[in-house]
Design a protein around this ligand. Structure first.
Ligand code: MUC
Ligand code: MG
Length: 367
């Protein structure tokens, strides 16, 4: 079964509430829907969320790299030949999100071709994940209200707080308010998106000691190699590499140079194939992983849970799977449901991201 055609459809869906964080903010999901068509009528689907402030990709650059560089080399390739597809993608540097979506769409097509759910093909460990909700920049009281509402409405008991603001007291206060308001049993961890220096991060850790924070993600730029290694050595909690570790090579560099001692895996920028390699690396080294959120739609979140539920190590912690709830709408025909704090994989062949065609017609931007 060969790849016959690849669609890259730009679309835009507004957010009800913007998500703000140290490296940027999102008001609209201006993403690209990737569809890999085969000569036997199977269509693999995935979502590509451009994050210019993280990887330098834009909606236009994703469409261009897919159509001008990847599609000409992938047309005619057998969808089962994943290593060949991987070699084509690897020949071009960067463009992580475009590559990730192509890879997931291929896995989706393979699952459909074999009549098997993708989470089973990947590993089949379990069929659902606990959900972690990501809280963007807001005044402390509003953060607590949001966390309490998500706890009550969806049964979510794990929260990732976006930090990295100055003065540091803003985020330290937010941590305190959340811990006092949510109680001891709720898991709370931080993501600074490189907003602080390594030394500022040390200061935050010192001032939040005793608040039971479980992880600190991308506290500073990984290029601050020496100070960051010092931070990792002295931190009482794991320092997670996120945007500094989109590939297995990057993850190795960060772990081996002491820039991190935990890794955030995101299918949106690593696909299933490279995410599997990153996971193998982490499992082999005895390093914790989290399943992260690239500010994903339901289509993207379904890919994350499909991968995360497939392995024991990725399903140990709650996955970041709920930020689609802030979007005004979505393309997924059958909406994702968070029940008792969990999201389930789909049991149909492939990933199961059937698209609502009338919504796609409404939100697509290429006509
Ligand atoms: C995260 O974990 O960093 C924010 C920017 C981005 O690229 O992903 C999000 C969430
Ligand atoms: Mg992050």
């Amino acid at each position: 079964m060969r790849i016959q055609r690849i669609e890259s459809i730009p679309y835009a869906i507004p957010y009800n509430h913007p998500l703000r964080f140290a490296s940027g903010e999102v008001h609209t999901a201006d993403h690209v829907l990737i569809r890999v068509h085969t000569d036997e009528g199977v269509i693999g689907t995935a979502d590509a969320p451009p994050r210019p402030y993280t990887y330098g990709e834009t909606q236009k650059s994703i469409v261009a790299i897919v159509q001008d560089v990847f599609a000409p080399q992938l047309i005619g390739v057998d969808i089962m030949d994943r290593a060949k597809i991987r070699q084509v993608l690897d020949r071009t540097i960067h463009n992580q999100v475009a590559k990730g979506a192509l890879d997931i769409a291929v896995w989706d097509a393979i699952g459909q071709a074999l009549g098997t759910p993708a989470h089973k093909l990947l590993g089949g460990f379990t069929d659902s994940m606990r959900v972690s909700h990501m809280l963007g920049f807001k005044p402390a009281r509003e953060l607590l209200d949001e966390a309490l509402r998500f706890g009550e409405q969806y049964g979510i008991t794990t929260f990732k707080l976006k930090v990295g603001r100055r003065p540091l007291a803003l985020d330290i206060e937010a941590c305190r308010v959340l811990r006092e308001g949510l109680g001891e049993d709720v898991e709370l961890y931080l993501d600074a998106n490189r907003g602080w220096s390594a030394n500022e991060s040390m200061e935050v850790l010192r001032q939040t000691e005793g608040l039971g924070l479980s992880l600190l993600e991308e506290p500073c730029d990984a290029k601050e190699a020496m100070s960051r290694r010092r931070l990792v050595e002295r931190s009482p909690i794991p320092i997670v590499a996120d945007e500094s570790a989109p590939t297995a090579g990057d993850a190795s560099r960060e772990l081996l140079s002491g820039g991190a001692n935990a890794i955030c895996i995101k299918t949106a920028r690593s696909g299933f194939t490279e995410a599997t390699e990153i996971l193998g690396l982490c499992t082999g080294l005895g390093v914790d992983v989290t399943m992260g959120n690239q500010i994903d739609t339901q289509v993207g979140s379904l890919a994350t849970v499909t991968f995360g539920a497939a392995f024991e190590a990725t399903s140990r912690r709650a996955g970041e799977l709920s930020n689609f709830l802030d979007m005004a709408d979505d393309l997924l025909a059958e909406p994702l449901q968070i029940v008792n704090g969990r999201i389930s994989v789909r049991t149909v062949p492939g990933v199961g991201a059937a698209i609502d065609e009338s919504k796609l017609a409404r939100y697509r931007q290429d006509h």
